[in-house]
Design a binder for this molecule. Structure first.
Ligand SMILES: Cc1cc2nc3c(=O)[nH]c(=O)nc-3n(C[C@H](O)[C@H](O)[C@H](O)COP(=O)(O)OP(=O)(O)OC[C@H]3O[C@@H](n4cnc5c(N)ncnc54)[C@H](O)[C@@H]3O)c2cc1C
Length: 366
């Protein structure tokens, strides 16, 4: 293959979004993706856009709200250019409290978010049950973020890849083994089929990012397993996304998607009885009508997590031409579109209007 402007290593949601955004700016792009690996995060994800729900720091809240809001224009744009519906659904997420301590914490969170100008409400237990009859009968109330929602994560990756290819990006079903480096800069990528010369290389290989040989630094990205299950959504309950610390349940079409565990299990994407027991216990507490539903599917994937929960985003501080878009942890679908925009801005102008200083690759391994 001839030289390209940018080689993207990994075609999960993050790599796909980077490829699309770069191709939209007129760059010649090649995406390298041998799989997806059966343990990949994107196909396993719940796809929640939980910008105001997951316990995040202020840096991540800012990024997440911005990332979530990008889906509003992205969904119709992808539908128009690729015909793929990414299932963007902005019906709000309720984070439910079953005890006083959690209720107090969530009420404080509501106040803090409102002060920051975000839409956020406290619903008491009665209001929760009125909105979603049958839900969380023992709950004391819920933080409700009306602008949060969900997408179909597989459709997001598929649509971004399709759009990137429509814009001229080449898809290479190859595993990248190492970088090619010459005169202090990245000059391409090497797969078992040979070298592809590239002016820029973007590392977007999820939990496998640190395994790419000749990276100039160790990447502090580790796998955190998440197990999931799906059953039919119970008749008579309006579709919802209900969340609490031990689990969540969301409506996707006729399915109820139940999640998830957070386990250090190396690179194993096995589904275990213990994991499923935790998921079912949590989901049934949120929506008791699930208890008699047949289990339709179970699966697991590996979240690429960093020690501080923030992604690694931006240039390598020393090796010119090398960029990182990895370590998105629990919120990589939420942050995929924004990551694509940031990377594409950096590749084309060297700048971004998002503050990525707290996301540097050298914060763990200076
Ligand atoms: C159970 C579960 C639930 C989740 N729920 C949510 C949620 O509700 N909302 C949310 O925002 N996020 C969620 N996440 C997190 C989110 O899925 C991830 O942060 C995100 O998918 C990461 O995307 P990625 O493209 O970086 O990684 P991946 O999707 O893992 O993609 C990496 C890709 O790189 C490829 N690859 C690996 N090595 C190489 C190589 N050497 N050369 C080329 N390609 C390579 C792999 O085949 C793979 O396809 C969840 C994750 C899990 C596991």
């Amino acid at each position: 293959m001839t030289a390209v402007d940018v080689a993207i290593v990994g075609g999960g949601a993050v790599g796909a979004a980077c490829a699309r955004a770069a191709a939209l700016r007129g760059l010649e792009v090649a995406i390298f993706e041998p799989g997806p690996d059966p343990a990949a995060a994107s196909p396993a994800s719940a796809g929640m856009l939980a910008a105001q729900i997951e316990p995040l720091d202020d840096v991540l809240i800012g990024l997440s709200v911005r990332g979530r809001d990008l889906y509003e224009p992205l969904a119709p744009a992808l539908q128009e250019t690729t015909g793929i519906d990414i299932g963007f659904w902005r019906a709000g997420i309720a984070s439910v409290a079953f005890d006083d301590q959690t209720a107090d914490r969530l009420k404080e969170d509501v106040a803090r978010q409102r002060q920051a100008g975000l839409r956020c409400d406290w619903l008491d237990g009665g209001e929760v049950r009125e909105r979603w009859p049958g839900a969380a009968p023992e709950c004391l109330g819920a933080l409700f973020a009306p602008e949060d929602g969900a997408v179909d994560p597989q459709a997001v990756a598929r649509a971004c890849l399709a759009d990137a290819r429509r814009l001229g990006a080449a898809f290479q079903p190859e595993k990248i083994e190492r970088l090619q480096i010459a005169n202090g800069r990245t000059t391409g990528v090497i797969s078992p089929r040979g070298v592809t010369a590239a002016e820029h290389v973007v590392i977007a290989a999820g939990v496998w990012s640190p395994q790419i040989a000749s990276l100039p630094r160790p990447l502090a990205v580790e796998p955190l397993r998440g197990q999931m299950a799906a059953t039919a959504w119970p008749d008579g309950t309006p579709p919802a996304i209900l969340y609490h610390e031990q689990g969540y349940v969301l409506a996707r079409g006729v399915d109820a998607v139940l999640g998830s565990t957070m386990e250090r299990a190396g690179f194993s994407a096995a589904v275990t009885n213990e994991g499923l027991a935790q998921i079912f216990r949590g989901a049934v507490r949120l929506l008791p009508a699930l208890v008699r539903q047949a289990v339709a599917r179970t699966w697991a994937g590996l979240r690429p997590v960093t020690p501080d929960g923030r992604p690694i985003l931006g240039r390598d501080p020393e090796l010119a031409g090398l960029w990182y878009a990895t370590g998105h942890g629990r919120n990589g679908i939420l942050l995929a579109a924004l990551t694509g925009e940031i990377i594409a801005d950096l590749l084309t102008t060297g700048e971004t209007n998002v503050d990525i200083a707290p996301l540097g690759a050298d914060r763990f391994n200076p």
